[in-house]
Design a protein. Structure first.
Length: 137
């Protein structure tokens, strides 16, 4: 197996996972919260339906950086053939965020949707990279 090509594929997977995962996760969160915002605007009598700042996003500070690190860890663990490490990432994030999400349904919903979207992206990129590495002569 060509070592340089292996390193390039692994590096590309990590870069794509960490870099593109943020915008994809943000897009999924916008889709999930759009209906909620529209319903809230109707209840408040706001005919414009203008988007308002999401208080859940403000409460979960540091989410973008945490997301980059978690995607690197998940994709990396798949690349090195140790997917059980994903459980550690899940546990650390859940325990670290518990005080912020405890008791707030909007925050916990955003946390779950964002986390699952991020993990699915990182896992898909990791699996695709392993498949690409397996296809090398």
């Amino acid at each position: 197996m060509n070592l340089v090509l292996t390193i390039e594929i692994a590096a590309a997977a990590l870069i794509i996972s960490a870099g593109a995962g943020g915008p994809i996760t943000a897009w999924i969160l916008r889709l999930a919260s759009r209906k909620h915002r529209e319903e809230a605007a109707e209840r408040a009598g706001d005919p414009t339906g203008e988007p308002r700042p999401d208080p859940a996003a403000e409460q979960l500070r540091g989410g973008a950086w945490i997301g980059v690190l978690e995607r690197l860890a998940i994709t990396g663990s798949i690349l090195v053939g140790y997917p059980a490490a994903i459980a550690v990432v899940v546990a650390v994030k859940g325990l670290g965020r518990f005080p912020e999400i405890h008791g707030s349904s909007g925050v916990s919903e955003r946390f779950i949707i964002g986390t699952l979207a991020s993990y699915l992206w990182a896992g898909a990129i990791g699996v695709a990279a392993v498949a690409a590495l397996g296809a090398l002569p």
